[in-house]
Ligand binder design. Structure first.
Ligand code: NOJ
Ligand code: CA
Length: 684
């Protein structure tokens, strides 16, 4: 195998350095064109056959995607027959950039590109190109529609891009059509790809030969979000989110689509951190990013979800001046950067989450909340408020107030805003992932950037790497977060949930999961804890700590009530843990079972390890060979205590310190539903 790989590399010499070597070839014998990744392992073939245009993907010579059709369905007609490759151009690049923040400090963008020019043989004779970029970690391709006779304004009903899986790979997925097309807050299922219906991306697939495949998209700017629909058997096809009138995309050629991405890896551990989508987004539009600050935060939030306080007015109103100051004091005392305040603005007293009813003001406060005073107090304590804009998907109402709302926050030194889109369709019936909403989200991000404001979106548009271009979009939700563990009933997240998230949702980008619940039994005011069948975090306390390292977010919440951290030695880990990383290494991982990840903090020599398991107890021995050789370190370990179990004994944590170095093999023991959190710092 190794020899084959080298031979391939010889046949396709690497173009190193910042090479931009483009050359055009008239495609005379153009029926089949190939391009390989710089390491020679991934190969894309493009061919036109019987008037159809197809691409296929191989890794180490083995099929990943069989010939898969390309094309479009417009309102007027289709564009996927009578197609001919007219010429091809080749290109390559190798460049590295430093991220303002991230799971890794620097990203290498190294690819070979094949751009295939295609013409329609019959009237109206439209022309387009498909650009394929082949990286060592996967493939990206997009369509570039050229302006040609009879092809300017268009209404696209469907993009006909197929992904014909070469075997009945095991998929981890959430449905994109049940109960509503756009809901992302659903538990993951797994099973053979042949059993899928319509699913969200990222879609993670494991082939029988062990190859890991993740289908997603990059640079969704002015287009509809893509779901994947099963055409029967193992072939998936793109299907797009819609405007209320059923159209997917309105555009005007010349026009480029988002990139369709196929991440490839040998083992699940090699999937993260995923930088493929970042490489397929344009560089930052924000020149000076020094105001963009990853941080930990607390806030008036968990109390609202467990019901001890309310968003709306009344005796339990959470967002009062006094209560917010209490949170500011707590944040300042513990070195946290922000305090989220939900429920300070008018509009929470009605049935706001029933689509069509919400009518929030984003500038007017309840009488018991004094924004100027709270903002002044926060500033004096060196903490920023994190503002809140729950829109309930009433987009007109929000857009009308967007400028003054952001401006108000800016004036009061509020440096971050959490937005929210509870509801399935907008007031006009556009889907959450529709082109309408894609445009809306861009507008919000850009308006925020102009006001020096960072954004954290809940019920978001999916992450397609926007943070490269707009580094002020720090985090988002877009999956079931901790909130599901608050709501009582039977609906909490199962112990395996986060071990799936890591290999699915998290491959798209940061998630505001909101870890750090210490009162895991959620004691009621009467002192009785919730029962095991009731929703509550189904983890041990040590696992709550480990989630800070496992589930990456540059905004990381200490989600529990301040009083629940009082007198808890384990809280020290939340105070210490980093939020911005130089390096990330996945040491162990099996989708749905466990994850062990090590991350080196940016600008310090501290490493953090997070290990989590599902409902099974597990043990690992982790070589610390990533530490600097010859340097002595101390490992501060927060482990599941004796007898710890997510179901009936989640609280025991044993904290210990041990000298370690790069030759140490660290034993890690996890309880059922458990975890372990470790800080490794140079010996002082
Ligand atoms: C849902 C969000 O996920 C949650 O964090 C927020 O508190 C509520 N909406 C209200 O905006
Ligand atoms: Ca939510």
């Amino acid at each position: 195998m190794e020899m084959q790989r080298r031979l391939r590399n010889l046949a396709h010499p690497l173009m190193l350095g910042a090479a931009f070597a483009a050359s055009a070839t008239p495609a005379t014998t153009q029926s089949e064109q190939r391009v390989r990744s710089p390491d020679g392992r991934n190969e894309v073939t493009v061919e036109s056959r019987d008037g159809g245009l197809y691409y296929s993907v191989r890794r180490d010579g083995q099929a990943v995607l069989l010939p898969s059709r390309l094309g479009f369905l417009f309102r007027a007609d289709s564009l996927h027959n009578g197609l001919r490759i007219t010429s091809v151009t080749r290109d390559s690049a190798d460049q590295t950039w430093t991220q303002p923040w991230g799971e890794v400090a620097s990203v290498r963008d190294h690819y070979n590109e094949l751009r295939v020019q295609v013409a329609e043989d019959r009237a109206p004779g439209r022309r387009f190109a498909v650009a394929f970029r082949v990286f060592d970690d996967g493939v990206g391709f997009r369509y570039e529609l050229a302006e040609s006779a009879g092809f300017a304004d268009f209404e696209m009903m469907e993009e006909l891009t197929e992904f014909a899986l070469a075997d009945n790979a095991r998929a981890w997925w959430i449905p994109a059509n049940k109960p509503e097309p756009d809901r992302q807050e659903i538990l993951y299922s797994s099973g053979p790809v042949s059993r899928l219906d319509t699913v969200h991306t990222p879609l993670t697939l494991q082939m029988s030969n062990g190859t890991q495949v993740v289908i997603h998209e990059a640079n969704l700017v002015d287009y509809a979000g893509m779901y994947l629909v099963n055409l029967g058997g193992r072939t998936l096809r793109s299907t797009l989110a819609r405007w209320a009138d059923g159209v997917a995309v309105r555009g005007r050629a010349p026009f480029v689509t988002p990139w369709r991405t196929i991440q490839l890896a040998d083992r699940p551990e090699d999937l993260a951190p995923s930088t493929l989508t970042l490489k397929l987004n344009p560089p930052s539009r924000i020149e000076n990013t020094s105001w963009i600050d990853p941080m930990k935060y607390v806030g008036i939030w968990w109390s609202l979800h467990i019901g001890t306080e309310t968003w709306g007015s009344g005796p339990k109103h959470g967002a009062t001046t006094a209560n917010t100051k209490r949170y500011i004091d707590f944040a300042a005392a513990n070195g946290f950067g922000g305090v989220l305040v939900e429920g300070w603005n008018l509009g929470w007293d009605i049935d706001w989450f029933n689509t069509g009813k919400a009518n929030f003001s984003f500038t007017r406060a309840y009488p018991d909340f004094d924004l100027p005073e709270v903002a002044r107090y926060a500033k004096q304590k060196g903490v920023t408020l994190i503002g809140h804009h729950e829109t309930a998907t009433m987009i007109d109402n929000y857009e009308r107030q967007l400028e003054p709302a952001m401006e108000l926050y800016r004036r009061h030194g509020v440096r971050a805003v959490k937005t929210g889109y509870v509801g399935d369709l907008t007031e006009h019936g556009h889907a959450h992932q529709s082109q309408f909403m894609v445009r809306h989200h861009r507008r919000v991000i850009e308006t925020a950037a102009r006001n020096g404001i960072m954004i954290n979106v809940h019920e978001p548009i999916k992450d397609t790497g926007e943070r490269r271009t707009w580094p002020n979009i720090l985090s988002r939700e877009g999956a079931r977060g901790q909130e599901f563990n608050a709501w009582g009933g039977e609906g909490g997240n199962p112990p395996e949930h986060e071990t799936i998230l890591f290999f699915t949702r998290m491959l798209a980008g940061p998630m505001d999961f909101t870890p750090g619940i210490f009162d895991l039994l959620i004691e009621r005011p009467t002192g009785t804890p919730r029962q095991p069948h009731e929703a509550r975090p189904r983890t041990t306390l040590a696992k709550q700590l480990a989630l800070y390292v496992v589930l990456y977010s540059p905004l990381q919440m200490a989600a529990d009530l301040p009083e629940n951290y009082a007198g808890q030695p384990a809280f020290q880990f939340i105070r210490d843990v980093g939020v911005d990383w130089d390096t990330t290494r996945v040491l162990e991982g099996k989708i749905g079972d466990y994850v062990v990840v090590a991350r080196k903090q940016r600008d310090t020599n501290d490493w953090f390890i997070g290990a989590i398991t599902d409902e099974e107890a597990r043990s690992f021995e982790v070589p610390l060979s990533f530490l600097t050789a010859g340097q002595r370190y101390v490992a501060e370990i927060y482990a599941d205590g004796p007898g710890a179990h997510w179901r009936d004994n989640p609280l025991p944590v044993v904290i210990s310190s041990h000298p370690v170095d790069s030759t140490t093999r660290l034993p890690i023991e996890l309880a059922p539903g458990g975890g372990q959190a470790i800080r490794i710092r140079p010996e002082r």
